[in-house]
Ligand binder design. Structure first.
Ligand SMILES: [Fe+2]
Length: 228
């Protein structure tokens, strides 16, 4: 398998490139618009063909590359079925599988950070978007976020995966690149709660600034990155 993790310094976002083999199909998760050309250069250098670009959810802190990548490569752009982005070419529902050359990513509906957030599960790893971060969880105070739904996604879905499952989030603000379900279960401070009510209270007590790019990024991302 070919696997690459890209970092966007401005928004501390991670983007992931996956392919089963050199010469084959490639998939990008959560690509950032300003890096579209670098992804495409690497994809060409690795002799890959981009077939799917997917966003785990509508991002508030950066502009998606979905539209730019579709224009440049004719790939399919995808989001979950709850997304309000009319621009995507296809949507997936919980339990559906994205398949590239036999690499399978299963969609898991994990609302909470937003009401349209999905995680993508492979045999040995999970791409959690902002549902589960390394030693953190995505905020639930805007974009139809809901801490009680987040608790359900975390405890009844993501933490049900095997402990050794690697966790690749959509962001990290400290430079940590990967964790595991077991590690997060034991050491993530947000997961040390006893009930959904505790989690709701914990999330309500956070005092967070609005993301700098939110007013630009959210409307643009509903158009797959087009600014107007
Ligand atoms: Fe987010």
């Amino acid at each position: 398998m070919i696997f690459r993790q890209f970092f966007d310094q401005q928004s501390s976002s991670y983007t992931y490139l996956l392919a089963a083999r050199a010469g084959g199909e490639a998939l990008l998760i959560d690509p950032v618009q300003q890096h579209a050309q670098s992804y495409l250069s690497l994809i060409a250098q690795l002799d890959l063909r981009l077939v799917i670009a997917v966003d785990t959810h509508t991002h508030a802190d950066h502009i998606t590359a979905l539209g730019a990548l579709r224009e440049a490569s004719a790939c399919i752009t995808m989001m979950g079925e709850h997304s309000k982005a009319e621009c995507v070419s296809a949507r997936f529902a919980e339990g559906e599988t994205l398949n590239i050359d036999g690499l399978r990513l299963k969609a898991l509906y994990t609302p909470g950070h937003t009401d349209e957030s999905y995680s993508l599960v492979m045999d040995d790893r999970v791409f959690t978007g902002d549902a589960l971060l390394i030693r953190g969880t995505g905020r639930t105070d805007f974009q139809n976020g809901d801490a009680a739904a987040g608790y359900d996604s975390l405890f009844n879905k993501l933490l049900q995966l095997p402990d050794e499952t690697l966790v690749y989030p959509a962001h990290d603000y400290k430079g940590w690149t990967v964790s595991s379900i077991g590690e997060e279960r034991r050491h993530n401070p947000r997961l040390q709660v006893q009930s959904a009510a505790d989690y709701v209270a914990l999330m309500a007590a956070l005092k967070l600034d609005t993301p700098r790019l939110m007013d630009v990024a959210v409307p643009a991302n509903l158009r797959c990155g087009a600014l107007s």
